[in-house]
Each structure stands twice: as C-alpha cells, then as structure tokens.
Design a protein around this ligand. Structure first.
Ligand SMILES: *Cc1c(COP(=O)(O)O)cnc(C)c1O
Length: 304
C-alpha cells in the first residue's frame, strides 16, 4: 500500500505506523461504526482537488446520526481535517478514509460511555476494479446473498458492519472467477454491487435503482446530474435481473470504482460486451469533472 505520511486521529496527526487503537475498541468487535470513502485527484494544472468533500462529510454525519453516534467535531472541522490529511500525506492524489468508531470502554452490546473516536487516513489507490476493467468492462455475477433488508442493515448509513454482507458476496463471486458481485434486494430486484451503485441503459434511457435498499452514492448523484445536463432521460426505478441481461449497456458507480463499465452479467453479454456510447460519454465527462477539466462542475471540487 502506498501510504500517506500522517494519519489524523481525534484531532492530531500521528505517523502512519503509530496509528494504533486498543484491542478492546468496541467497533472492532461488533461493527457499529461509520465511514466514508473520498477521492482526491491531481488536476491538470498540478493542483489537487478533493471531489465533493462537503457531501461526503454530510453523509458521514448522517450515517452517525442513524447509528446514534455523536461525532465530537463539527462538519467544518472534519472538512478541514480531511483536506489537511491529504496535504500531510505527501500524496498528490489518493483515497481518503474518514472513520468514526466506538473506542474501548464497556464491552457489552450497550456501549453507553465508550468514546466516539474519529480517524482520517489517506493512501494512493488506482482503479479499484483494475485499469483493464475501467477501460473494457468487468464481469459480474449475481451473488447468492441478498443485500441487507432495509430494517436490518440500514442502507442509508455507510455502517462498518454492513460490509460483512458485501465482503461475503464479493468473495463468493471472485472465487467463481468474476470481478464483482451484484446483489439483489430481499424482494428479488436488482440492488447494487458490493460497494457500487448500478446503472443500466436501454434505448437511450438511463435507469438506476431507487433509494430503498442501496447506499445513496455520491458518484451516483454526480452521474445523474451529468446525465440530466446532457439531456439523457433518467429513471429511478426498480428492475429485475433479466431486464439487466437484455440492457444495451450497464455500469457501476462509486468513489472507489468511479464509472466502471459492465461487460457481462451471469455469462450474458451486456449489449456488445464492451463499453457502449452512453457509458463512455458519462465516464469521459466524469473524469473531466474530477480532474478539473470541466469548469461547469467546479463547485464539486475542493482544491488543496
Ligand atoms: C460507498 C458505497 C457506494 C458508492 O457510494 P459513493 O458515494 O459513490 O462512493 C455504493 N454502495 C455501497 C454499498 C457503498 O458502500
């Protein structure tokens, strides 16, 4: 891992190798914690810009609200700390991980006085699903695991414990030779990837899962805004796995995955089995936006 030099912990910077916690850290045992994944890109003019930092911080606090955790910092402080973590990392671009978690204290399932602790780390991270996948598309398989039910997983929160479901699904399909898992919701409709939202294209219309069983992705929102601005019709509507099999195009979105084309699902080619025109157009605009080449979306960039 290409690690940043310093990690922000509870208000101060420590060296990467010294960023430790006690083994009785509550979140480590039971999974009640919340996190974010944010990317910082090196722009054409040489400056670095964090993509939609304010929205990520908003969601971190929303996740904490759902989890009944009170973050002992303001949103402004977390925004500044995130930007400063990137500066102190010594990296020009990378992935930033804010994490709010319950520290050591009582060890039962009623963590009354355990402190809410916050850490922010940054490291270099290339294409999450591979450069080849980003360019030519990935092979997806529907997992035998369902996405968490909305009354158990609470999908609006980026909750640490929710990712057991994701990791099990991902391991299942990777061991079967695929690149990424697609999960259905508990009613059998397409939900999302292990850490990505999904879009499909049919007859020029873009369709994506409504905000029920999925995490409300910031990349999803960015793609929807880009598509609307391009005059592409977009529907937030449930769809089935076989509707996806006969789509013209499909792609995943996420901070880590960016805009990754899907070339096949369960051995069915999607369209021609390579990135289609709508996917490519949106992907190109997305990378122009995050790298500061498209001034129309400059409000999304937090320059360091
Ligand atoms: C983080 C995540 C996404 C993508 O959200 P972004 O805000 O675009 O990064 C989608 N689904 C799940 C389950 C996630 O954890």
């Amino acid at each position: 891992m290409d690690k940043g030099k310093k990690i922000w912990m509870d208000g101060r910077f420590v060296d990467w190798d010294d960023a430790n916690v006690h083994i009785l850290t509550h979140t480590l045992h039971y999974g009640l914690g919340v996190f974010e994944g944010i990317r910082c890109y090196r722009c054409e003019d040489g400056r670095s810009a964090i993509f939609r930092l304010r929205e990520h911080t908003e969601r971190l606090f929303a996740s904490a609200h759902i989890a009944l955790m009170e973050i002992p910092f303001t949103k402004d402080e977390i925004n500044e700390a995130t930007a400063e973590t990137m500066r102190q990392s010594g990296l020009k671009d990378g992935y930033i991980r804010p994490l709010a978690y319950l520290g050591a204290g009582s060890m039962g399932l009623f963590p009354k006085n355990n402190p809410v602790r916050v850490a922010i780390a940054a490291w270099a991270w290339g294409a999450y699903l591979g450069e080849e996948g980003l360019a030519n598309g990935i092979k997806v398989k529907i997992s035998s695991l369902c996405r968490n039910h909305v009354n158990s997983g609470m999908s609006k929160a980026k909750l640490v414990g929710n990712y057991v479901n994701s990791i099990l699904a991902k391991r299942e399909v990777v061991s079967a030779g695929y690149d990424e898992a697609l999960l259905l919701d508990t009613e059998g409709y397409v939900s999302e990837g292990s850490g990505e939202n999904i879009f499909m294209v049919k007859d020029g219309v873009l369709k994506t899962t409504p905000l029920t069983s999925i995490l409300q992705g910031i990349t999803r929102d960015s793609v929807m805004q880009i598509a609307r601005d391009k005059g592409i019709e977009i529907k937030e509507q449930r769809f089935t796995r076989d509707e996806l099999y006969i789509a013209d195009e499909a792609f995943f979105t996420g901070t880590a995955a960016e805009v990754t084309p899907i070339s096949e699902v369960d051995k069915r080619k999607i369209g021609k089995g390579k990135p289609g025109p709508v996917t490519k157009e949106i992907q190109n605009i997305f990378f122009d936006v995050v790298k500061g080449r498209n001034k129309d979306y400059n409000k999304w960039l937090w320059y360091l």
